[in-house]
Design a protein around this ligand. Structure first.
Ligand code: GLY
Length: 346
């Protein structure tokens, strides 16, 4: 892959996103740096093997304050000074927890993120949200601390299980809906190539999704107005994840289902164009995402949504779309949501 570099300004920080091969990492060897990875990613990127490292257990339970505390201890043991670099290699869990630890260490160590899942490449690694779960809430404890560099090496996706790849693809579809009609076209026209992970097509999906997110976060780094759009489908998805106890659905599968519910609620509220809702839902179906659920308690889903941690003054605002690229936040009557969810139990 030809090296490509994008540069973003997030608040007072600059973030460079570099796309290329493992050769991009050679410049870090011999530097003061610690690599943080998990048991699934240590075998990737042999060029980092000479650096001191911390290996975390994989999985959501690692996203905790205990992990952050363990990382801070390890940074101290390694004698890291403030200008040393924390390099996180992995998916969202490793990137988010390491970034939080880097943001706290001596009030901010240098941070390089090397995402190795499609989800982390197109979402988690970019935009400076760090975080761990706390008291049953996802990402409750966190900071805004963008990585100086995000290095995307698409070859690392080769060993990613297909279901995890699809999980990231849901966020790619979301990006297309939010801000890139040409990406939507590619997704609709190249379904087989996307599913077979054709190299050129995958690189295009990543580049375009990063560009959509980068533009949105540059406008609203600290989520005061605009960045919330990136949560399209997520209020529904988080409720589903919470009601199902995070069993049976990957994050992306829940987001895909959530996007469909947002389209249907938007349509029922007279906001979303019905033709657009049908086209976007069909695209999600083409990638095999579940748009309906066979058994679930609608009351429990509504209750979980009312307790969404992003609610303001107890009022939940849903990300809805009128048509491609036209996104807004709206409160919705719970009875409207109940009606839509009840109609869509299969
Ligand atoms: N993942 C949503 C955001 O970065 O705001």
């Amino acid at each position: 892959m030809k090296t490509r570099v994008l540069q973003y300004r997030f608040g007072g920080y600059s973030s460079f996103v570099e796309f290329g091969s493992e050769a991009l990492l050679e410049r870090f060897v011999g530097n003061r740096a610690v690599v943080v990875w998990d048991e699934n990613t240590t075998s990737l990127l042999a060029s980092l093997h000479e650096l001191p490292s911390v290996t975390l257990p994989p999985g959501e339970r690692t996203k905790s304050l205990d992990t952050v505390s363990h990382l801070l201890e390890r940074f101290l043991e390694e004698g890291l000074e403030r200008d040393a670099t924390v390099m996180a290699v992995g998916g969202g869990v490793v990137c988010d927890a390491s970034a939080l630890a880097a943001s706290l260490y001596m009030r901010g160590a240098r941070l390089v993120l090397i995402p190795t899942t499609l989800l982390a490449m197109v979402d988690a690694a970019l935009g400076g949200k760090t975080g761990v779960n706390f008291s049953g809430y996802k990402n409750l404890a966190g900071t805004f601390y963008p990585a100086e560099q995000i290095i995307i090496i698409p070859e690392t996706l080769e060993t990613l299980p297909q279901r995890e790849y699809l999980s990231g693809l849901a966020e790619v579809i979301k990006s297309a809906m939010l801000g890139d009609p040409a990406l939507f076209e590619i997704l609709a026209a190249r379904v087989d190539a996307v599913l077979e992970r054709d190299r050129e097509v995958v690189e295009e999906l990543i580049l375009r999704s990063v560009a959509v997110k980068g533009r949105i976060v540059e406008q609203d780094f600290t989520e005061r107005g605009g960045r919330e759009w990136l949560n399209l489908g997520h209020t529904f998805a988080h409720a589903l994840e919470s009601v199902t106890g995070f069993e049976g659905w990957t994050h992306g599968e829940a987001v895909a289902w959530g996007i469909v519910q947002a389209l249907r609620c938007g349509e029922a509220a007279g906001i979303t164009d019905p033709g657009y809702a049908a086209t976007a839902t069909e695209l999600l179906r083409q990638y095999g995402f579940r748009c309906e659920i066979d058994t679930i308690s609608v009351d429990a889903l509504i209750d979980a949504m009312q307790h969404d941690k992003k609610s303001r003054a107890g009022r939940v605002r849903y990300v809805l779309q009128r048509r491609p690229g036209e996104t807004e936040l709206r409160e919705l009557n719970p009875e409207l949501i109940r009606g839509v969810l009840n109609r869509n139990l299969s």
